[in-house]
Design a protein around this ligand. Structure first.
Ligand code: FES
Length: 125
């Protein structure tokens, strides 16, 4: 069964949508199920000022995207890179073992968005 926090983020996802002219975008697919997640980040002075996601996937993937977006907003890029799927799942009050793979999408999409930003801004340390 899903925790109340999972159900809250699934039914009321935070930061859903897209950022026009985002600083960085990451799109990843889940090898296990084929679901897809896209994350846009807006970066100012090395800080993630805004983050939006679009997830074409299951409820656990939507809840983890929502929670992960809240966890990286306002963080520095280096802090955001440390976010793990386990930390997101823990913040959600846990996920059923068979749904843990869904939480990988958020971790990978955030990393891909940051790498996209870094590739576009090689002058950044
Ligand atoms: Fe595909 Fe959950 S079943 S992300």
């Amino acid at each position: 069964m899903y925790s109340e926090t999972v159900m809250d983020h699934f039914t009321h996802p935070r930061n859903m949508g897209e950022i026009p002219n985002a600083s960085g975008t990451g799109t990843v697919g889940n090898a296990k199920c084929g679901d897809i997640m896209k994350i846009d980040i807006q970066v100012e002075d090395g800080i993630i000022k805004d983050v939006k996601f679009k997830t074409f996937g299951c409820g656990a993937a939507i809840a983890t995207s929502s929670m992960a977006s809240e966890m990286v907003k306002g963080k520095s890029l280096s802090e955001a890179l440390k976010l793990t799927n386990l930390a997101v799942a823990e913040a959600l009050g846990g996920l059923p073992p068979v749904k843990m793979h869904c939480s990988m999408l958020a971790e990978e999409a955030i990393r891909a968005a940051i790498e996209d930003y870094m590739a576009k801004h090689p002058e950044q340390p």
